[in-house]
Design a protein around this ligand. Structure first.
Ligand SMILES: *Cc1c(COP(=O)(O)O)cnc(C)c1O
Length: 396
């Protein structure tokens, strides 16, 4: 037997965290890492946050799970909070981002099919998108590396170039149900949709009665400096998928929709055994308590601006390594001129700094939203030391 007990689908590195302390992780061998990866934009309150831990502990003692056969005071309360805080009129809770996107896809299809338009099933999606790893969500992405070995894909998706409004418009046909798009691509490399693009998609949806479905699984819950990134574009989506940060580390997601968009999501059309159980609702409640207020979000924006300004200034010292800095809030990408994965590994293994690589030669800088200036100082020190000691292959 040579297969590992953990199915070997991840290229796991040598860091083996066993404990978290605020913005640091401690590994099995005792090393202490500055965590500017946050479990890929998940741990937005850092680790061992009192409010989150306390809420989960209390709920575990009170009631962890019942079935969706019963009434849910916990789910109703959290759904109402999300409705009050966003464009949405109604919420379906899931256990992950991919499931939130699945629900969003089903909602968009059902919107048309409920009205008898059975031919309108196709979502137009965008190059280098990432929507998850289920059959539906890999089919929604044009990235062939995720398709290999899993064919055939599900029908009903058409890919066009990200941020190309003319291409999106040209792709609309009799089968189009809507658009599925990340307002800021995460895995794609912190690629920020232009104002004209998202506004244009909204206008096309209005003109052709299509669904504008946003995947904010990574960009949402304060990461980009507003509760959801769409707010910064002044547009109103029809459906939004959210997850990652919304549980602060507890596995939970949600599909948010307007009443109009959700017209097909009636009794018996969708479900999930765990989705929205009291345990998960306690986690969302604690995260929203901390994040969903203007003071906290303004602070995220201010910290993001300070960190990006420092990065901008810093990269000038290493023009052979770094290309540019981009982002919103604490959703930051450092575009490199060399392959970023080796540099991410160098920062990790030699300077105890955790970041995440992404498409388009980008290092993602995703600190917990609760960092202060001392963490930014520590980050800049580690990054500087890492750049000074780095010997990329192929660069003299
Ligand atoms: C991570 C991610 C997903 C998938 O979330 P999972 O919880 O891994 O299923 C979907 N969309 C985007 C934009 C993501 O970043």
């Amino acid at each position: 037997m040579s297969i590992t007990p953990l199915m070997p689908v991840y290229p796991r590195c040598g860091v083996r965290p066993v404990r978290g302390e605020h913005c640091h992780l401690i590994s099995e061998d005792g090393r202490r890492f500055l965590d500017f990866a946050s479990g890929i934009a998940v741990n937005l309150l850092g680790h061992s946050h009192d409010g989150l831990v306390g809420a989960i502990q209390k709920q575990a003692e009170t009631l962890m799970h019942v079935s969706n056969l019963y009434g849910s005071p916990q789910g109703e309360a959290i759904a109402q909070r999300l409705v009050d805080l966003t464009f949405a009129d109604t919420v379906f809770f899931t256990n992950s981002g991919a499931e939130a996107v699945e629900c969003a896809i089903k909602t968009a299809r059902a919107y048309h099919q409920h009205a008898g338009n059975t031919e309108k099933y196709e979502l137009i999606t965008f190059s280098n998108a990432f929507h998850g790893r289920t059959m539906g969500t890999i089919s929604a992405s044009n990235q062939e590396k995720m398709h290999k070995g899993f064919l055939p894909l599900l029908p009903g998706f058409k890919y066009v170039e990200f941020d190309d409004l003319e291409a999106a418009k040209a792709a609309i046909g009799p089968n189009t149900a809507g658009f599925l798009v990340e307002p800021i691509q995460g895995e794609g490399g912190i690629r920020i949709a232009s104002q004209a693009f998202l506004e244009g998609l909204r206008a096309l949806c209005d003109e052709h009665d299509l669904m504008l479905v946003l995947d904010e699984v990574q960009s949402g819950v304060g990461r980009a400096g507003t509760l959801y990134a769409y707010e910064q574009y002044g547009i109103v989506p029809d459906v939004v998928a959210t997850a990652k940060g919304i549980g602060g580390g507890f596995p939970v997601g949600a599909c948010l929709a307007t009443e109009k968009a959700a017209r097909g999501m009636v009794v018996g059309t969708h479900g999930s055994t765990y989705g929205g159980n009291p345990f998960a609702m306690a986690a969302i409640g604690a995260v929203l308590d901390a994040v969903a207020n203007e003071e906290f979000l303004a602070d995220v924006r201010a910290k993001g601006e300070r960190l990006m300004a420092r990065l901008e200034q810093f990269i000038g010292n290493y023009p052979e390594l770094f290309d540019s800095v981009r982002g919103k809030g604490l959703f930051i990408g450092l575009k490199m001129k060399v392959e970023p994965r080796a540099f991410v590994a160098h920062m990790r293994d030699n300077h105890q700094l955790l970041t995440v690589s992404a498409g388009d030669n980008v290092v993602r800088v995703l600190p917990p939203l609760v960092i202060d200036d001392s963490h930014m100082d520590e980050f800049m020190e580690k990054l500087s030391a890492a750049a000074a000691s780095y010997q990329p292959e192929g660069v003299a």
